[in-house]
Design a protein around this ligand. Sequence first.
Ligand code: GLC
Length: 512
Amino acid sequence: MALAEAARKVANEFEYTSEDVNAAVKEFLREMDEGLEKDGTSLSQIPTYVTAVPNGTEKGLYMAVDLGGTNFRVCSIQLHGNTTFSLTQSKVKIPAEIMTAKTAEELFAFLAKQIELFLKEHHTEHYEGHIQRIATGTTDKEYREQEIFNLGFTFSFPVQQIGINRGLLMRWTKGFDIQDAVGKDVCALLQKEIDKLHLPVRVAALVNDTVGTLMARSYTSPGKTSTLLGAIFGTGTNGAYVERLGRVKKLAGGKENAGAYDASTGEMIVNTEWGSFDNALRVLPNTPYDAALDRDSVNPGIQMFEKRVSGMFLGEILRRAVVAVLQDLSVPLFKDEDSSVNELHSTTQISKDSSLFRTWGLDTSFLSIAHGDSSPGLRITRQALDRDLGINAASVEDAEAVKIMAAAVGRRAARLSAVAIGAILIQSGRLETVTGNEELDVVDIGVDGSLVEFYPGFEDYVREALREIPQIGEKGEKRIRIGIAKDGSGVGAALIALVAGKVPNPADAAGE
Ligand code: GLC
């Protein structure tokens, strides 16, 4: 078969039509309702106990840490109170052995150590003064209160929140796998390790990155419109949105656990955990590449939406598709023209050691590169094939074929993303109210993550699919404002630490 034809055939397998989008929106709305009513559902719909979003006037110095993807970030944030902030941060890659450590202690001790290093480097007086007072025994409670940093902990995994700074890990996602931590309070685990190092830091709030993104976007977003949704399209994908309190039916029984929360706004932020939308595969597409990826993952059968949408997985989907084309010996992909077709490795230009033949061997950034490449002769893609996969003699036709397949995987991911965004928009009812005031009629969405930031045309594809949903249409789509909430999870965590600092901690009140 001709190469371009073979590539287009694969691309067709990733076609995700308007009908598909609409069927999935319907299922998403059903799962949203189900998740608000009871626990143990595909879409977790976790109540966060955060009942208000900031307005940009908040002030103060806070710390935040962020665990949830490839890196662990520690930052301090000065909120200036005029919708702006300054941020100091350090970032380390999480070692693979820590992601799959035997004990929770190993992970949290590593995190506490990074906090210590950060304090030593960026907040010396704070740190040394504290250590000295501990050594001389002159620390009185009142003084300590002022000196202690309130820390917002962005922990981007599914957590059953039982209070503003308490939450039990439900399951790991995105390649983490430390069974010892499942079911435990991750704030307590972190605080314990912080205390072992005598750091002047109190874990004041626990936040999912999507909630942080929503808070940060609300703090910085222009104009009078409050933000509806915070969404991450990065290593993983997920969204948190503002829900009417009355609809969060499962809250009724769990209220006392959460301590006092301010119900006066009549709203609460809900963390959907949409990465696990449709784990039963009622409506999600399932190509042979998707199915094989799931089988080989650490968590088969869960995070099925995430496995088709987010950065941790798209490169792997493409890799599997490319290998399938390559293994069809009648298709001239990466093969020498004059080679007689018999055995794969003797006829291709690729060595057996190429990471193309290794699970997770192709990074999602490759998709962005190939999809966005308009250089003559697709020079940039061919260079990337050489650099990332050791394929050094790819022809223009090879690169074109890979580009066609990469674009199909990326486009499907964006259209699937529109399903989640679209359903939440519909559910919010915000498109039904029209004031005629352009500013007030905007529906604001804060996003973050490598895919939205770097994948060319991601937002355009999302918008295209949103227009295909009848309840949104062209008119509705125009009212949607999507803005990147840069450093959202750090700033958002700081904002929640601020709110938490004001609310008396129920645990303290109970004398625990
Ligand atoms: C995964 C996590 C979720 C997080 C998302 C984005 O889906 O389960 O909590 O928000 O990744 O980082």
